[in-house]
Design a binder for this molecule. Structure first.
Ligand SMILES: Nc1ncnc2c1ncn2[C@@H]1O[C@H](COP(=O)(O)OP(=O)(O)OP(=O)(O)O)[C@@H](O)[C@H]1O
Ligand code: SF4
Ligand SMILES: [Mg+2]
Length: 342
């Protein structure tokens, strides 16, 4: 079998935040936001990263982008360990890797025109480019995300939420990136607008051959856009699978719980929801063995003994659960879809 070459891969990647207390700010513990994650994203692929609030999705994305340094582990980008690079060595990778955020209004400077916001990354990454060439490129990219060239002179407050997110995407595209980490990019938008922006992501991904890490808490969103889905809980990947396989045959009890809470797009109402027992454990003091065991309906004594490895059960479908004797409920008859309003 040929192995696809990953564009970006994490190896044992961890990010722990020190918790400090007292006047001296002494470290009294650490939040294990990301804990020994191995994740491989192939060139041209869209991987969705899902999980509850606080599971570590944004932190994993940010550390993969080197927006903050990892506590340990590696991030291999196209064969280079960027986590071990100096800022100077990292510079060319900063152009290749771009981020799109949830709230474009707060990530766009309200006092800057669209032209200034869009051309700023070019001034940093391609200082040799003339002002005229930068402006032409901004107008071209705006058009490619469905906005008119004339909007270049306008300010962020003059746009709707969906249009502002198009500007956020345009800004990421200005420097011809290879990899985009989009962190909840449609969560703040109305459902009808969400589908349009997701369609734009799909379109630019195909047209530009982009690789995407799509962070979202919304399973309907990953069903719409992702080739594969990674499910995160308490800083760890619980399951990773092709999107259809994850929805049709979840292999991890936590995935089953998440899927049970997603609305059924066929029936238009929630299916029988699995209610998780107990409170989410603190990421400062995660349970021993399987971190999901305190809330898992299938837990057995052995689950407390060792952290389950992420093991491939079917081609491309891996799960971190010691029990292979349980049959879990699939999500729906098909993956959830978002409907764009005409
Ligand atoms: N700078 C920080 N300092 C201390 N703890 C942090 C920091 N950033 C994140 N955390 C903690 O790390 C854990 C993971 O947070 P993160 O924001 O990555 O989760 P998330 O899955 O993106 O959640 P959400 O869906 O709410 O965005 C949480 O317990 C959070 O409180
Ligand atoms: S290892 Fe045990 S506790 Fe963890 S998900 Fe599997 S059955 Fe549940
Ligand atoms: Mg987040």
């Amino acid at each position: 079998m040929t192995r696809l070459k990953p564009l970006i891969e994490t190896l044992g990647l961890s990010k722990h935040f020190a918790v400090r207390q007292g006047l001296l700010g002494r470290a009294t513990g650490a939040v294990r936001a990301v804990d020994e994650v191995n994740l491989r994203i192939h060139r041209g692929e869209v991987v969705g990263l899902v999980g509850e609030s606080g599971s570590g999705k944004s932190t994993l994305g940010r550390v993969m982008m080197m927006a903050e340094p990892p506590s340990s582990g590696s991030v291999i980008y196209d064969g280079y360990d960027i986590a071990a690079s100096t800022p100077r060595q990292l510079h060319p990778f900063r152009r290749k890797m771009q981020m799109v955020f949830q709230d474009p209004y707060s990530s766009l400077n309200p006092r800057m025109t669209v032209e200034d916001s869009l051309t700023m990354p070019l001034r940093f990454h391609q200082p040799e480019m003339s002002a005229r060439a930068r402006r032409d490129k901004a107008a071209e990219v705006l058009e490619s995300v469905g906005l008119s060239r004339s909007t270049i002179t306008r300010y962020p407050h003059e746009f709707s939420g969906g249009q502002r997110q198009r500007i956020g995407i345009a800004r990421a595209l200005m420097v011809d990136p290879e990899f985009i980490m989009a962190d909840e990019p449609v969560s703040a938008l109305d459902v009808s607008v969400q589908a349009q922006v997701l369609n734009l992501f799909s379109e630019i991904r195909t047209r530009l051959g982009l690789t995407l890490l799509f962070v979202t808490h919304d399973l309907a969103v990953v069903g719409h856009i992702a080739d594969r889905v990674a499910v995160m809980y308490l800083g760890q990947i619980m399951e990773i699978a092709p999107t259809r396989a994850l929805f049709a045959a979840p292999a991890h009890p936590y995935t089953e719980t998440l899927l049970s809470a997603a609305p059924d797009p066929v029936l238009g109402r929630n299916r029988k929801r699995i209610v998780m027992k107990g409170e989410p454990p603190s990421p400062m003091n995660p349970p021993s063995g399987c971190v999901f065991r305190t809330r898992c309906p299938y837990a057995v004594t052995a689950c407390a003994q060792a952290r389950p490895l992420l093991v491939e059960r079917a081609p491309g479908h891996a799960t971190a659960c010691i029990r292979d004797d349980i049959t879990l409920t699939p999500a729906v008859r098909d993956t959830p879809k978002l409907q764009a309003h005409a």
